[in-house]
Design a protein around this ligand. Structure first.
Ligand code: 5AD
Ligand code: SF4
Length: 473
């Protein structure tokens, strides 16, 4: 009996996360599912019995990285088997969802493929993989290769996942919405994550209370299209009233201990009046908004099926800045969408100049099989995409640097999250989500501390912790 238990305790899992914050959240939840099975976290694949790749399918480059990593893991598995050991390889996330059987065909060393809606079934999938491994050890023929689960089950995985465990350094993600019904013509999300689903407000609030009790000062609400949130008040209130994101944020702000609320990722069409108003009324709602626009050209926005033009985007930004003048705006951009002309790209550059962004992510259009964009004629050559991306990124980097510099001299609350690269240094986030490096004790990690910002760069700020006088403390 004791032997079995100590054996189980020795199991280690290494989870590698690719892509967005939803995947970071999902990886933590998969670790929660695996913990009762005896899996402790490993530092690296080399130290693990189970390696789980939580994958991203958004751009081609992201999925290709997964296949090269799987090649390396296969070699590791073969070496272990030669030495009498083994390695279980699992693929989760959006590549798993989109390419299920293709993964096992391209890389037969994969034992488990599990889609984002089926994580709660990991224990059964592992048991099944173990059963297959046992058969293989007897030398008999294998009943098929890896174990696949990429269904969209009728029941929600959220009803079956265990309660989230610890809070890291005062900050926690909370997934409230999944999937997307927008069908932008470049995007795989509606296919990999399925139809839009909002968790009931009562479940979200209960999870937020648990996180606050576990020490979360900051909660970031996650969803692929998070501001489309429309959760039932409670699971039993089917057909009853639904809560908007604004209402949910107002209720979260009432929870003791939660000092910072953020949400990501939003769609301009779903920025309703109440949500805009909340930015001016809820002090815990941080003055930062990630609001992808993708392009500044109406023609391209139409071809992307974005359901908004540049004017609507600008009007939303103006209204947000009216209620929250210091709002830091972030966005996503795609350059080189099929048919994008020089004039269309100039429209994007002009929009960026007019709006002014504190931060941004920008990408070359990547052709994703199965999306309408991939079938469009007039795909652009790589060199055009690369030149446009370089020009856009130079402009965005300069805007980010200017935004950071504009805060130099201010004393701002910083939520310290981790040690810095240099000894004696800690790193945290301002309300505007800029990284701040400051000299300070690791004991300050997980706390919100005032810091004076003394220097600004493209991606971060240098700060000094403001020592409170005894009288003020
Ligand atoms: N090519 C390039 N970028 C893409 N994104 C989504 N799909 C593609 C694609 N096919 C970008 C969008 C989105 C972000 C998460 O990734 O800008 O907002
Ligand atoms: Fe993809 Fe976002 Fe468009 Fe939904 S709204 S299809 S997630 S880009």
């Amino acid at each position: 009996m004791t032997l079995v238990r100590s054996d189980e305790q020795r199991k280690r899992v290494f989870i590698r996360t690719y892509g967005c914050q939803m995947n970071v959240y999902d990886s933590d939840r998969m670790a929660d599912v695996l913990r009762p099975l005896g899996y402790a976290p490993a530092e690296s694949a080399a130290a693990a019995d189970l390696v789980l790749l939580n994958t991203c399918h958004i751009r081609e480059h992201a999925s290709e990285k997964v296949y090269s990593e799987l090649g390396r893991l296969r070699d590791m598995k073969l070496e272990r088997r030669a030495a009498g050991g083994d390695l279980t390889i699992a693929v989760a996330g959006c590549v798993a969802q989109a390419e299920g059987e293709e993964i096992v065909r391209r890389q037969p060393a994969v034992d488990i493929v599990v889609g984002p809606q089926a994580y709660h079934r990991l224990p059964q999938l592992l048991a099944e993989a173990e059963r297959k491994a046992a058969i293989r050890r007897t030398g008999r023929r294998l009943p098929g290769a890896g174990v696949l689960d990429t269904e969209f089950p009728a029941e929600s995985k959220f009803d079956h996942l265990p309660a989230p465990q610890g809070v890291r350094a005062g900050s926690a993600f909370l997934s409230i919405q999944e999937g997307c019904d927008k069908f932008c013509t470049f995007c795989v999300v509606p296919y990999t994550r399925g139809a839009e689903y909002s968790r009931p407000a009562s479940a979200v609030l209960a999870e937020a209370r648990r996180l606050a009790e576990a020490g979360a000062l900051e909660i970031t609400l996650l969803g692929q299209n998070v501001n489309a949130y429309h959760g039932e008040a409670a699971p039993s209130s089917i057909g009853g009233s639904t809560w908007s994101l604004a209402r949910l944020i107002r209720a979260l702000a009432e929870i003791e201990g939660i000092a910072r609320i953020r949400y990501t990722t939003s769609h301009p069409r779903d920025m309703d009046d109440d949500l805009i108003a909340a930015h001016g009324q809820v002090p815990q709602l941080m003055p930062y908004l990630h609001l992808p626009v993708q392009s500044g050209s109406d023609r391209i926005l139409e071809a992307m099926n974005r359901r908004h033009g540049r004017d609507l985007f600008r009007r939303i930004v103006d209204r947000l800045r009216e209620v929250r003048p210091d709002l830091a705006l972030s966005s996503d951009f795609i350059v080189g969408f099929p048919g994008e002309s020089d004039a269309d790209f100039d429209d994007t550059m002009r929009l960026v100049s007019e709006v002014g962004f504190a931060a941004a992510y920008s990408f070359k259009y990547s052709r994703r099989p199965g999306t309408p964009g991939s079938a469009m004629s007039d795909q652009l050559p790589e060199n055009v995409k690369a030149a446009r991306l370089a020009a856009l990124q130079a402009l965005l980097a300069e805007q980010a640097r200017q935004f950071n510099l504009s805060k130099v001299g201010a004393i701002v609350p910083v939520l310290f999250a981790e040690p810095g690269r240099k000894p004696g240094q800690i790193v945290g986030k301002t309300p505007w989500l800029q990284s701040v490096y400051a000299g300070g004790a690791v004991g300050l990690i997980g706390r919100i501390v005032d810091a004076r910002l003394i220097d600004g760069h493209a991606n971060s700020l240098a700060g000094e912790i403001v020592v409170q006088s005894e009288a003020a403390a």
